[in-house]
Design a protein around this ligand. Structure first.
Ligand SMILES: *Cc1c(COP(=O)(O)O)cnc(C)c1O
Length: 376
């Protein structure tokens, strides 16, 4: 938690549940990534947190944007982004969305199948297209694996097809999975891309770009390798597989840029035992899986928690949300210990919740109000 957020929570005591994001911290993270990987252009993955304040700050810093829908594209343009700096990176796009994006001046699109390529040829003729490869997501706490991407063989055919359809076969992309903690995942993916890239250039295509996706991890409860380790692994792998003739490089970070810039403030609704003799207290918060903490599914993302009683004796807990849904449990298997003094009415903080919380928040499960957001 940044000092600015701590001060804001102490002085304002905003109604809970709420998300407080320190936009200066977003800028710091953007600069850290840019310094670590100076050869790559940053396309911020808008879905991680599309708040106007964040987009505006990033536009000012010269960032480009990875958008997944016309609505996200339009948020970027409204925040001052140039259409040429927006990539329509979803491989699954409505035809009407493609047409609107193209009309607005967006000319870079992702695809992973012939069907999508045909839509692009029809609704965004002549534009730059890049093919997404399926790569291993091992090592990622939040894998994206099988839903997107195609095989090397198929990608080769598709890129040649793109040229025949009058599109500009611009490059190749992959995503190693979100919260990827293994630098080797990037090295392995770059090796795959490198092979196909060389092969397609030999076949006469004017390929210019490699999109390394997002996935860079942040610290939740466990340490993760620093951004320099990822930058080093990527630079080595790029040099090994592309030699001196490096293509344009793109990265699409989401979590890395905004994750640790945000804190959720939440009220403890109840601490109970209910006579179930497993020694575990149940802590119910006023935010849960449907209020924005969707990444706790499978207990995949494990947020750090601060309480007003930190330092006092603790005991094991299960942590759940406020709705009447049995799936609305954040942590039951992961060992969490919270102070024995914790009680109903206490305000606690969930740390590093700047990414993938406001966007996952449902708008009214059980009549609960969606999370309030404060950008400071
Ligand atoms: C979600 C997404 C990202 C951002 O991933 P992070 O793990 O948050 O960095 C980047 N690119 C694409 C295509 C995505 O779908």
């Amino acid at each position: 938690m940044t000092p600015k957020i701590a001060r804001y929570l102490a002085e304002q005591s905003p109604a809970t549940p709420c998300l407080v994001v320190d936009v200066d911290r977003v800028e710091e993270r953007y600069r850290a990534l840019r310094d670590a990987l100076p050869l790559a252009r940053i396309y911020y993955a808008v879905k991680a947190n599309p708040a106007r304040e964040i987009l505006t700050r990033l536009v000012g810093l010269g960032s480009a944007f990875d958008a997944a829908s016309w609505e996200e594209i339009s948020m970027c343009l409204d925040a001052g982004a140039r259409p040429a700096d927006v990539s329509f990176g979803n491989t699954v796009k409505k035809a009407s969305n493609i047409a609107r994006a193209f009309a607005a001046g967006v000319d870079m699109f992702a695809f992973d199948c012939a069907e999508e390529l045909e839509k692009l040829a029809r609704h965004a003729p002549g534009s730059r297209v890049y093919c997404r490869l399926i790569v291993e997501n091992e090592g990622a706490d939040w894998p994206l694996s099988r839903k997107f991407g195609t095989t090397l063989d198929n990608a080769r055919d598709l890129m040649l097809r793109a040229r025949d359809l009058g599109l500009d076969p611009y490059g190749l992309s992959f995503h190693v999975g979100s919260q990827q903690t293994a630098t080797g995942a990037y090295e392995a993916a770059i090796a795959r891309v490198g092979m196909l890239f060389t092969d397609l250039k030999a076949a006469g295509l004017d390929l210019r770009m490699v999109n390394l996706g997002g996935g860079f991890p942040i610290r939740y409860r466990d340490d993760v390798p620093g951004i320099d380790s990822f930058a080093l692994a990527i630079s080595h792998a790029m040099t090994e597989h592309f030699g001196n003739d490096l293509p344009e490089m793109i990265v699409e970070p989401g979590r890395f840029i905004v994750g640790d810039a945000g804190v959720v403030s939440s009220e403890v609704v109840l601490v109970s035992r209910r006579g179930i003799d497993d020694g575990v207290r149940w802590v119910y918060l006023d935010i849960g899986r449907f209020g924005g903490l969707a990444e706790t599914e499978g207990e995949a993302i494990r947020y750090g928690i601060r309480t007003p009683h930190d330092g006092a004796a603790t005991g094991p807990v299960a942590i759940a949300g406020p709705t009447c849904d049995g799936a609305d449990i954040m942590y039951e298997k992961t060992p969490y210990a919270l102070p024995l003094d914790l009680e109903s009415g206490d305000r606690i903080e969930l740390l590093s919740t700047g990414a993938y919380v406001s966007t996952y928040c449902s708008t009214g499960f059980n009549g609960l109000k969606p999370i309030q957001e404060h950008y400071i």
